[in-house]
Each structure stands twice: as C-alpha cells, then as structure tokens.
Design a protein around this ligand. Sequence first.
Ligand code: AMP
Length: 189
Amino acid sequence: MGPPGAGKGTQSARLVAKYGVPQLSTGDMLRAAVKAGAPIGRQAKAIMDRGDLVPDDVVVGAIGQRLEAPDAANGFILDGFPRTVAQAHSLDALLKEKGLRLDAVIELVVDERALLARMEMRVNETIAGGGVVRADDNPLSFKSRLEAYRAQTAPVSAYYAGKGELKQVDGMAPVDAVSAAIEAALADR
Ligand code: AMP
C-alpha cells in the first residue's frame, strides 16, 4: 500500500524477481483493458484519466479472475488493491473461499510533498525511454489520485492495522533501503 508515487511498482518488481510470484496490479489490468478496448476498459478509461477510483465490483471481479490463473497458485503480490474498505472485505471473502491468507500488508509511508516531483520524474524517464506517458500522470489527475488515496484508501491501512497485519516501511529512504526494510518486515511475522 501507499499513495501514487510511493514506489509500490518499483518494490513489487523486486519482490517478483526475488520470490518468483506475479505482481497483480489492478492499475495494470485496467490499463491493459483500456488498450484492448475491452468493455471494462471502456467503462474505466474516463474515471482513471481523471484520477478517481473505478467501481469496486469492476476491480474485485478482475482480481477474482486473475487469482484463478495458474501463475498465482504459489503466491502473488497485490499492488494497488484493495483501495477501499469494501474491496478489503471482498478480498477477505475471496481469500477465505480459496483457503488463502495474506502473509503481510506493507505500507510505504511517504511525505506527500515529495510525490508530485516523483510523478514528474517518472514522466521524464518515460519520455526519455521513448515510452508512452500515463494519461493520469498530470498534475490535475495526480491531485485527484492523492485525494482518493486520503479519503478512500487510508482507511484500508487502518483496517489492516486494526487486524494487526499492517507493516509500515519508510518509503522516503533510498530504493535499496526500502527493499531491505520490506524484507525485514516480511521476515518479522
Ligand atoms: P495505479 O496504476 O495503481 O496507480 O492505478 C491507476 C488508476 O486505476 C487509479 O487511479 C484508478 O482509477 C484505477 N484503479 C487501480 N486500482 C484500483 C482499485 N483497486 N480500485 C479502484 N480503482 C483502481
């Protein structure tokens, strides 16, 4: 968990390499659906572009389906899901149905003032690498994404903290130090 620009994607990629389990990112799934012109994508595109959250049933359905894939049989990293307390409840139900449990919930704690600059850095790196900049990586949408995080996703941290499952890591530290702190959090459970 963590607001946009906290480093979830970067750290997830490292965990994928280390543990050989897939990263299940609802944002990536939705962007793929938009690109493919799939019905879910058509429903989600405008919402995503302006930085709001897509409806819970859309992402819960997508995650439920994705968890069935063979590559998720030995574990997975959830990135960007759950983002509302209702999604967290749906995830509880999905995991229970499958006889699974979360090993850990990790939150990257960051200074919000640094996030806009991080987003701008990502945009510049994408342009320099010849890639396509995300439609929601602009200051206006970014502001909405941050507001959505504060209003709808911060309560999810509180939900997991209440269950004693939340591990907070300093997301302002250098990338390698954040990875080390995540490893320590995973070992300490
Ligand atoms: P992300 O790649 O995680 O930053 O997600 C990009 C956008 O996809 C978000 O701003 C939302 O519009 C949408 N999205 C991704 N995951 C979720 C989710 N779990 N619930 C609702 N909307 C989501």
